[in-house]
Design a binder for this molecule. Structure first.
Ligand code: 4AD
Ligand code: MG
Length: 463
């Protein structure tokens, strides 16, 4: 008998087809002489209704085992459904229970659970409607991202997870060591003797693949990374993770305007793809999570993003008739309340802020002629704040060396990065998209911990 996925059966299954499904019981309804079982295999939000007639062999014994959470295989024939809510249902001819789930202890009973509670059962929460929808949409976002870049001839490059550099220079690094922490080798001045460590020097989990992506762009012109990044920033917010996925395109022969154009086209593409491929899940988010999800998606796809400079943003914030917690003044970084005011209240769509003060931005960003600002851009999304951060890179060797020194870093540590400016340097630009923030933006999920299967945050690394 052919095994079929439930999404496909619901979409195109026809009466009289014989088939087999495997999945987990969501609900059971016993009536006189028969029972309805809802079976879900993760392929769609909707479950398939299975009808079991009491004349099935071992009916009583099997029905007892079919509690919420039990794993089953059902063979049978599709019949038009008499009931409301589904076009078709499966009339069971054989039901096999793989594993039972004790209703006294299985935590996912048929009622709504809070996301806080579901986080405590991260190993089971993917079996709920909400998390099923989130992780299918997350998968669709990832597919759309690859599709967007591959169609444009970008090479997907794999940058290291273990690195000796701090790309963002923010010091939010997790150390990677092979040293025995109970017996740390010391050098003469009592400092840790990293010469004895696995790599012979201090190493960290990467905060960004950008520097290595620049290396690859200087050979392949257009590249992108898509991988995990790590930040030891002690931010307990609904927008920060210690381990998150980042997408980082890098383009040779490209300036900041080209970078902003790509970023805007990129976000539009991903939203369009997800609306087309996950309509049922997106409808679910709109009904159950945030009733602006579909209108936001429509807004992204059909409107141009608002572009303005940091200097213009500051003057708009100074004129704003709202009380901000953090001060607004030229030279200070924008806080998330400022970002959200611009995107959510003022422009009501994504905003691209460019040309930030050099002092608050990373060493690699290209210094403008005013020598006060760098060619940086952030894309700010309603409800999320910063979703993309990018820049044109400093391609002039002498300027870059000065910027590295000014930020208290050593040029010799970045000798290979500086070589890119010594040999065949070109204007180039790129950006980083926080993948989980994108999934939040797409789904309306309020907490970033609920859009990644296994969130890592301060004091929490379960599952
Ligand atoms: O703005 P960031 O720090 O930029 C970079 O890392 C650059 N090297 C990117 C580049 O130009 N190639 O980070 C990029 C994005 C942010 O806009 C945000 O969406 C996300 O990464 N991000 C986080 N997401 C979740 N948790 C965190 N702790 C994040 N920190 C940054
Ligand atoms: Mg940033």
């Amino acid at each position: 008998m052919v095994k079929r996925r439930i999404a496909e059966i619901l979409r195109s299954g026809q009466p009289d087809e014989s088939l087999l499904i495997q999945g987990w019981v969501r609900t059971k309804r016993e009536l006189k002489g028969f029972a309805f079982i809802e079976v879900n295999d993760g392929s769609s939000l909707a479950s398939l209704q299975v009808v079991m007639n009491q004349d099935l062999p071992d009916y009583e014994a099997i029905i007892k085992k079919l509690n919420t959470g039990a794993s089953v295989e059902v063979a049978g024939v599709l019949v038009p459904s008499q009931g409301k809510g589904q076009r078709i249902e499966l009339k069971a001819e054989m039901v096999k229970v793989y594993g039972e789930a004790d209703p006294e202890t299985y935590p996912l009973q048929k009622k709504r659970h809070s996301y806080e509670f579901l986080r405590t059962i991260g190993h089971l929460r993917s079996r709920t409607n909400s998390f099923g929808a989130v992780f299918r949409v997350r998968n669709a976002c990832a597919t759309a991202i690859h599709q967007f870049f591959q169609e444009r001839g970008f090479l997907w490059v794999h940058t290291p997870i273990i690195t000796a550099n701090d790309c963002e220079g923010a010091g939010e690094l997790f150390n990677v060591t092979g040293l025995n922490l109970k017996d740390i080798p010391r050098a003469d001045n009592n400092a840790v003797d990293y010469a004895q460590d696995f790599f012979g020097k201090p190493t960290y989990l990467t905060v960004s693949g950008q520097l290595e992506a620049e290396v690859m762009a200087m050979a392949f012109s257009n590249v992108y990374t898509f991988g995990p990044t790590f930040r030891a920033e002690n931010s307990n917010t609904s927008r920060h993770l210690a381990e998150f996925w980042m997408v980082e395109p890098e383009m040779a022969f490209c300036d900041l305007d080209g970078d902003m154009d790509l970023a805007e086209a990129f976000l539009k593409h991903v939203f369009k793809y997800v609306l087309e491929t996950c309509p049922e899940d997106m409808e679910f988010f709109n009904q159950r999570i945030d009733d602006t999800v579909l209108s936001t998606a429509d807004n992204i796809i059909n409107n141009e993003f608002q572009r303005l400079t940091y200097t213009e943003a500051i003057s708009l914030l100074e004129k704003a008739d709202v009380k901000f917690e953090y001060p607004v003044s030229w030279g200070l970084d924008l806080q998330s309340e400022h970002e959200r005011y611009l995107a959510e209240q003022l422009f009501k769509k994504p905003v691209i802020v460019s040309d930030y003060p050099a002092k608050i931005k990373a060493f690699y960003m290209r210094l403008s002629d005013d020598e006060k600002t760098v060619r940086a851009m952030d894309i700010l999304a309603p409800k999320i704040g910063e979703i993309i951060g990018g820049s044109q890179r400093e391609e002039r060797l002498d300027v870059l060396e000065k910027r590295i020194l000014a930020q208290g870093m050593k040029p010799e540590d970045l000798w290979w990065y500086l070589d890119l400016r010594r040999y065949g340097t070109v204007p180039h630009a790129g950006f980083g998209l926080g993948f989980e923030r994108l999934v939040q933006f797409m789904t309306g999920m309020g907490n970033i911990r609920d859009v990644i299967p296994f969130p890592r945050t301060p004091q929490s690394a379960d599952f």
